[in-house]
Design a protein. Sequence first.
Length: 442
Amino acid sequence: MTNDIQKTNDTKKTHPTKKANMAKATDRPHHSSFKDPVLANPDVLILGAGASGLFCALTAARRGRKVVLVDASDTTGRKLRASGGGRCNCTNLDATPGHYLSANPRFTAKALQRFTSGNFLDVLASLGLTASEEDQGRMFCDQGATVLADALEAACRKAGARFLLDRHVTGIAANVIPSEATGQGGFRVETDGGPLVAPRVVLALGSPAWPALGGTDAVARLAGSLGLAHVPSRPALTPFTFNGPILCLCRELTGLGVTARVTCLGKAYTDGLLFTHQGLSGPVALQISSHWRRGEALTIDLAPGADLRQVLRDPTRGKALARTLVASVLPRRLAEALLKGLPPEVIAASEKRSAELSKAHIEALAEAVHAWRVLPSGTAGMARAEAASGGLDTAQFSPKTFECRALPGLYAIGEALDVAGELGGYNLHWAWASGFVAGQVL
Ligand SMILES: Cc1cc2nc3c(=O)[nH]c(=O)nc-3n(C[C@H](O)[C@H](O)[C@H](O)COP(=O)(O)OP(=O)(O)OC[C@H]3O[C@@H](n4cnc5c(N)ncnc54)[C@H](O)[C@@H]3O)c2cc1C
C-alpha cells in the first residue's frame, strides 16, 4: 500500500505542466508520467474510493478490467472507516426498497434483488471477516470498520486495481476521445494532478454529508457540467437542535437514553432516543430527521412499551402519587424534568394520589409521556449527517446496470445517486449492491 501511495504522490508531483494538461480534448492522452500500464490506459476510472467505489473496483478488477480509483483523500473509505462508530453496521438482513428514500422508490429494487445481504456476507467471508446481528436485522462487522476497509482495499490491489489518492476531481467532459470500447467517445476527467481519460467512468463520489469525513458536492458540480439532472441534496440521519425550554431540558438530561417512538409527517420509528447538549439524537431522532421539514413538530412517545393512562387508572395503585407512577414508566430524571415543564395545574395534580386525579389530568399526564410534542429549531445539518437525500436523478440511469442512458460509458453508484437509506446498515448495503451491479457490467 505504501509503495502505491508513494507512487501516486510522485506521479502527482511530476505530472506534466498545466499547459500540457490542457492537451486538445480530442487527443487520446498517453500519460507519460504513468509507466504502469493500468494507470496509463485504464478500462475504467472510478471516481471516489469510498464504500461503493471500492466494491465496484473489486468486482470489476476481479473480472479482469483495468481499474483506477481516484480519491481526494489520502485514505480510502473514510466514511466506511467511521461507520457505526467504528463498529460498521455493514448490511441489514432486510435490505429491501422500502428502507430507501428516493424520488423514484422502485429504482433500488433490481440491485437489491441481485445483491442481497447474504451475498455481502459471502464476500465478507471470502475476505476472512464475519458479521453478527444486533437488532432489527442490523449486521455489524465483528472485526470492525477499519479492518473491513483495509481488507477491501487490499483485495482491490490484489485484483490489480490502482489507486490515485490525494487527488481531487475538478471536472469531467464526455465524448472527448474516440473510444474503441464504447464507440461513444469516452471521458476526460480533470484532476488537480492532471487529466485522466478512459472509455468508462464511474461516479462514486458520495454526497455532501459529513464534510469532515470527505463529503463534498462534487457530484452536483459534475452533473452540471455533464448536463445531468441532480435532485438537491438534503441532510439525512442528522440530530435535531432546539432552543428555549426544550433545549434546557435536553441539556439537563444530556447522556440519558430511552427507547421512544417518534412520529412526524406520517412517518414513525421506534428506537433509541438520546438527550444531548444540542438537542435530540440517537437512532430514532436520526431516522425521523430524514423526513422532517422545517416548522414541523415531532410527536414523541417516551414510553412506547407502557400505558400510563392504564397505570394512573389502576385502582390497585390508587394510593400512589401520580408523579411516582409517571416515574414508574420513565427514568426518574426524565419524569422529573418532563413534569417541571407542564402547566402549573398539571404539576399540582401530579402531587396527588392517582385515585384523586380528574380525567383531564390523567389525559394531560399521559399526553406528556406518550405524545410529547417538540418543535426542533433545526438540525445539525450536513456537518453531522450520516447520509444525504438527493443526488443524481435516478431516471437518467438504468437500474440494471447503473449506466447513464444519455451518456453511455458513464455510471453512478452509492450516495452519488438520489438514494438515501434508513439507519441500520442500509446505506452501506446500497453502496455494495450498486457497486457490485455496475462492477459486473463494466
Ligand atoms: C459518521 C458516519 C457513520 C456511518 N455509519 C454507517 C453505518 O454504520 N452503516 C451504514 O450503512 N452507513 C453508514 N454511514 C453511511 C455510509 O458511510 C455511506 O452511505 C457510504 O459510505 C456511501 O458510500 P459512497 O461510496 O457512495 O460514498 P463515500 O463512502 O462517501 O465515498 C465517496 C468518496 O469520494 C471522495 N470524493 C468526494 N469528492 C471528491 C472529489 N472532488 N475528488 C475526488 N474524490 C472525491 C471522498 O473522499 C470519498 O472517499 C455512515 C456515515 C457517516 C458519515
